[in-house]
Design a protein around this ligand. Structure first.
Ligand SMILES: [Zn+2]
Length: 416
């Protein structure tokens, strides 16, 4: 796959973020020059493998200094320049605080070697964090892999962090789970007053990047100027079809929409046919009209209309079968099982579940058991679950997924 097809600045559907300068200058990833673009391409491949999604969507951020780094070839610098002007690469004077912000506000996992020690005071969730960061490493044969990493936790920091947390908690300013939830930024349309802004210009379609917040003002990360709020974005959620362990398809569900999903839906209205993405056994098992999805506000409900049934798989891999015609609200960390080899998974950070990331989702009227799943919802470890979890067992879902809201361009890319 062409590398630019994996680049996105759509904060709500990206799967990962990458600290581009940090990767491109990491000589441990192979190559002889002090800066090589090839290292980034290896990391994109590694993320596709890690996520089991060839079309993994990656939010790339770089220090401006990389754009003129003489250790890159002229062609490499030109590639970076075109990505920047095409709105596929965010270029900043310094990328560090931005990457921390993407991890915190957009809940993206960030690939970097940086320890961000300067940001520990401002972001008390950083030290010891094991959910938001990945490291790229080269194996003995030179192949690049990504692995979860744990942020260092300096001893002397521990004490002051506790103090600070208590003070912030007392002031109601600190969300222990997020280090400050700002997902609300992603639910508005923003416009940058700078002409030709590649991130928040008027011509940008589809999803949008994550704005930055400085001194109480929402700003363009590139230009630093205040962004204009041009209205609410409808809630929407992206779902992925994982068949036989691999992501084969993605589709979008918009607030107020009802979608019939099945092998080959025959009902009137919006539908998602799955036949082209299914294996033989699943084709035999899954009904033409198998289930109905509906997004009302932030509530995503599933209704089973199939012959063989639909199950909901919880975060720990436990299945609950929906009663025939039964409706259930889907919660964070859950996926929908149509067959042992065919799942619907929620994309990405799932921030749409919470207004501000603090409140636990309410039980729906038909809500299932307020048990493990509900507890999970409020548990910090559910914030940024690893995509590697449960992979081995029949392609059970990670909740981390994503992809573009631009369905047309996706089609063009020849996704499986
Ligand atoms: Zn701008």
């Amino acid at each position: 796959m062409r590398p630019d097809h994996r680049l996105t600045l759509d904060a709500s559907t990206a799967d990962f973020a990458v600290d581009v300068a940090n990767i491109v200058r990491n000589t441990a990833l192979g190559g002889s020059r002090g800066a090589e673009l090839r290292r980034l391409l290896h990391v994109l491949d590694a993320l596709a493998a890690f996520h089991r999604d060839d079309a993994v969507q990656v939010y790339c951020v770089t220090d401006r200094s990389l754009m003129t780094d003489e250790r890159l070839t002229a062609a490499e610098r030109e590639t970076l320049g075109s990505w920047s002007s095409d709105g596929l690469l965010e270029v900043l004077p310094v990328a560090d605080d931005r990457l921390v912000e993407l991890a915190s506000a957009a809940r993206l996992r960030v690939v970097t070697d940086d320890n961000f020690l300067d940001y520990y005071r401002e972001h008390p969730w950083l030290p010891g964090d094991r959910q938001h960061f990945l490291r790229a490493v080269a194996g003995p044969d030179g192949t690049v892999h990504v692995r979860p990493r744990i942020m260092p936790e300096p001893e002397d920091w521990q004490i002051s962090r506790k103090e600070e947390e208590s003070a912030l908690l007392a002031a109601g300013l600190y969300d222990r789970r997020l280090g400050g939830a700002r997902q609300d930024l992603l639910l508005r349309h923003w416009l940058c007053p700078e002409p030709g802004c590649p991130l928040f210009g008027p011509s940008r379609g589809g999803g949008q990047p994550c704005p930055t917040r400085r001194g109480g003002t929402v700003r363009c990360p590139t230009h630093g100027v205040a962004l204009k709020d041009t209205g609410a974005r409808p809630h929407q959620v992206q779902l992925k079809v994982r068949s036989e362990g691999e992501v084969r398809h993605r589709f979008l569900l918009v607030e107020g929409q009802t979608l019939t999903v099945g092998r080959a839906p025959t009902v009137a209205g919006d539908a998602v046919p799955l036949a082209a993405h299914l294996g033989e056994a699943a084709l035999q098992w899954i009904s033409r009209n198998h289930l109905v999805l509906e997004l009302a506000g932030r509530s995503l409900t599933v209704r089973d209309i199939s012959a063989n049934g639909t199950r909901i798989r919880g975060p720990r891999g436990e299945d609950v079968r929906l009663p025939p015609q039964g409706t259930r609200r889907l919660r964070r960390g859950e996926s929908i099982v149509l067959h042992d080899t065919a799942f619907l998974e929620l994309s990405g950070r799932n921030f749409f579940f919470d207004d501000n990331g603090v409140r636990a989702p309410q039980e729906g009227p038909e809500g299932g058991r307020p048990t493990a799943a509900a507890r999970e919802t409020a548990h910090p470890t559910m914030l940024a679950p690893g995509p590697e979890r449960g992979r081995g067992a029949g392609g059970t879902p990670g909740r981390r997924a994503g992809g573009g809201q631009n369905q047309r361009s996706r089609g063009k890319r020849g996704r499986r």
